[in-house]
Design a protein around this ligand. Sequence first.
Ligand SMILES: [Zn+2]
Length: 427
Amino acid sequence: MTTRPNRLLVIEDEPGLREIFQIVLETAGYDVEVVEDGQVGLEAIDKRQPDLVITDLLTPRMHGYEMIRRLRATAHGRRVPIIVVSGQTYSADQKRALELGAGTFLPKPFKRQQLLDIVKNTLDMVHVRFWGVRGSIAAPGPETIRYGGNTPCVTIERGQDLLILDAGTGLRQLGLCLHAEAKGAPQHLNMLITHTHWDHIQGFPFFVPAYLPGNKLDVYGPPSVEKPLEKVLRGQMDPAYFPVALGDMAADITVHEVREPQFQVGPFKVTAMYINHPGITMAFRIDLDGTIITYATDTEPYRFLLGNREQPDSELSEYGGQRDAELVNFARDADLYIADSQYSPEEYVDKRGWGHTCYVDAIDVALAAHARRLVLFSHDPMHVDEMIDEKLRRCREIVTQRGESLVVDAAIEGQAIDLVPPSLRVG
Ligand SMILES: [Zn+2]
């Protein structure tokens, strides 16, 4: 992992404050550049690829809102965290800045320690970003535009640390973003693959960083039924399917078959578990210094596959229930549980045995596991935006009816969920 100091870019037009930012942040060990307007700031972000941007809202030539909006529209600007600093503390302004993609708002005037705390806390936040949220097959189009049409790809990010989950078609956009950020510098990237069904690997041949000499890519996934994992990835790039072979990708690529239940990937402690899906599929539980994310996409409750959802008391259901308890343990106390929730209960009746879960059962796991937050994931390709709205509404209603406080969201392509690490939690 890289150990360079974090690069900060500050956009501030008041000369006195510019000096304060420079001195305070440099003294704290950050690599700081301060510019005075949004236009220059945008150019400097493109050139320097900072780890954090601090911007005033009312800067000359281009105000903070426009700067954030433009930055978020670029490949390189999607991931960088932003702190907005402003004397304009109307809640409507704060709300607008946060909606545009600023992570935090620091009102002026502020104390030195306040600034240092907010910078450190923002850099320590864990961001879970969704690049592809759709199960089975990519389903782009006007009817899926809000939640997104790409197949699974998720990143867990903290400062300069990054872990990629799955290589569905969403991986292509992530690759473009990482390539733009690198500015030619070599990158070492790590990727976990849950299984090799098409929707979880089809982005791999389009992952730009894998084509660049000097880059290193470590891919971790389950051994498949008949062939080594590397052979499966190689097979999808056979000339019959794709014009470039895996061996022609110029990065140093190593494929690791996961044989141990626990392994370390940089700062990420990963636990793997087999789950119930046709073929060999893994769920991952990732521990990043106490922030826990469980990623269990593509799984079906054993008790409903072996038994029957409508008659849960059979002997087979009982055995299945014991196996399902393993998933509950795997998601235990997770800060974020990313769960297969492809079907409604009504749809599941006809889709039993297809290897996916209905959202009511995802809620049951999250509640039994005491997860803090549930993200509905692997949206069915037939589910248009309004159907996912309805799925989310029904899930929240169920949680309320049960008197629980579980936070439920539906994964949205291009958006991130920010998790406060235990070291920063109050109370
Ligand atoms: Zn699958």
